[in-house]
Design a protein around this ligand. Structure first.
Ligand code: PEP
Length: 252
């Protein structure tokens, strides 16, 4: 089953509006065609409108890094999925470990967000991943499997097939200590197996699973060579023009 690779940068809480504009100006026409790879930048919400203008008529896609699960109402400081969708944003990253750990997001919140994102015509990039303690206890597959099942609960087979799942071991995020190729393959396969168990093999064959955690230009090809790794979610190496473009070299 061939799945189109998807490389998504996650800028986190970085860049000024001017820096974001300059970055988009430098990369938007330099990326490979989206016939070959989906290329996405996850930007702070405050830039999303400018990002969409900057990528107009190019193959670069834009993601929000989070959204709320209600469309409108008295939720001071939150970003509405309906408002984000109205800007033409393509993807929303949800369930990042920083959101889970620092902002108390639960599996239930993430599931509600996934539903809200689909209701508004966008695609979720749903993150999952275990702590070092869970990894060392040999419980990563069980832990991540439960996160994936909870996040996808109640979605249709079609919605799940079009979702992007990002396996990101917490101990590898921003640490420079990336997972081995074997671990990334094993865990991305485990994620796919959970989708197969919950929604059937046909859906599992279609869903795209990314690896994330200290992915750099010099290791991305190793991950992309794994049969169950369909892409990468990249923080640090997505911030500079040269390293972001170099992440896409595996396509050639
Ligand atoms: C991330 O932010 O999801 C991430 C994987 O960060 P980094 O690539 O810097 O480890």
């Amino acid at each position: 089953m061939s799945r189109k690779p998807i490389i998504a940068g996650n800028w986190k809480m970085n860049k000024t509006a001017k820096e974001a504009r300059e970055f988009i100006g430098a990369v938007a026409n330099a990326i490979p065609s989206n016939d070959l790879v989906d290329t996405v930048i996850g930007s702070p919400a405050i830039f999303l409108e400018g990002m969409k203008k900057g990528v107009k008529d190019t193959d670069l896609k834009v993601a929000a890094q989070n959204c709320y699960f209600e469309d409108f109402g008295a939720f001071t400081g939150e970003n509405s999925p309906a408002t984000i969708a109205a800007l033409g944003v393509d993807y929303v990253i949800i369930g990042h470990s920083e959101r889970r750990d620092y902002f108390g997001e639960t599996d239930e919140d993430i599931n509600k967000k996934a539903h809200a994102i689909f209701k508004n015509g966008m695609t979720p990039i749903i993150c999952c991943g275990e702590s070092l303690e869970t990894y060392e206890a040999g419980k990563a597959e069980e832990f991540v499997g439960a996160q994936v099942s909870a996040a996808l609960k109640g979605l249709s087979a079609e919605q799940v097939a079009s979702s992007v799942l990002a396996y990101e071991p917490i101990w590898a995020i921003g640490t420079g200590k990336s997972a081995t190729q074997d671990d990334a393959q094993k865990m991305c396969k485990a994620v796919r197996d959970v989708v197969a168990a919950d929604f059937g093999q046909d859906v599992a064959d279609k869903v795209r699973v990314q690896y994330g955690g200290s992915v750099k230009p010099d290791n991305i090809a190793d991950y992309m060579a794994c049969p169950d790794v369909d892409g990468a979610l990249v923080g640090g190496a997505s911030l500079e023009v040269d390293s972001f473009l170099a992440l896409l070299d595996f396509v050639n």
